[in-house]
Ligand binder design. Structure first.
Ligand code: URA
Length: 203
């Protein structure tokens, strides 16, 4: 959990129902920067020789920059700020829809490297609600050999956290808030509504 006054003010702007899409997107960008910054604390670094204008010294670089994977569509609003903070990263994309017959999540887009062994992945999705889609997304990554997944989300419901814990997948979660519960329409309560509609307008 990222517990910081500046994260809390951005989250408040996102929760407030009268916040316009432009301001909502700006708050999501800034909050994503903070969440990715915290997630990156655990990243291994390596030292290498550099020269300042004055003298040789030692520099630091990420030993193994992560692949960033925004989950379409709501995760798109997190992509730019994550990539700005991790310019050495590359980006894949996963698009998930609900199968109309089975009601299970189904990937309509999997733009990912075939082999993810040895590559840490940051999954970007603002809302962890039931956990069904995020579990599906993380399984796709694990099937490609990924053993190091960090899910970055703005809000998490206890139900979704429990599901990811039960999944046995190699993941950790970074979030700005664990909210109370899901309602009967599977919205997070108190939540912020539909994160896609709030960013891009209702369809
Ligand atoms: N997805 C959203 O965008 N909002 C919720 O509250 C739950 C899932």
């Amino acid at each position: 959990m990222v517990n910081h006054p500046l994260a809390a003010t951005r989250l408040t702007a996102m929760r407030e129902k009268n916040t316009e899409p432009g301001s909502f997107r700006a708050a999501l960008h800034e909050l994503t920067t903070m969440l990715v910054y915290e997630a990156a604390r655990a990243f291994p670094v390596e030292r290498y020789p550099i020269d300042t204008p004055v003298a040789p010294t030692e520099g630091i670089r990420l030993a193994n920059p992560p692949l960033l994977v925004p989950v379409l569509r709501a995760g798109l609003g997190m992509a730019d700020s994550a990539l700005a903070l991790l310019p050495e990263s590359s980006m894949g994309f996963v698009g998930l829809a609900r199968d109309e017959e089975t009601f299970q999540p189904r990937a309509y887009l999997e733009s990912l490297p075939a082999d993810l062994s040895g590559i840490p992945v940051l999954v970007l999705d603002p809302m962890l609600a039931t956990g069904g889609s995020l579990e599906h997304c993380c399984r796709l990554l694990a099937e490609r050999g990924c053993t190091d997944i960090t899910v970055i989300c703005v809000l998490a419901a206890p139900e979704g956290i429990a599901r990811l814990e039960r999944s046995g997948l190699p993941l950790r979660l970074v979030t700005a808030s664990i909210d109370d519960q899901l309602n009967d329409k599977m919205y997070i309560v108190p939540g912020l509504g539909d994160a896609g509609d709030r960013q891009f307008g209702g369809m």
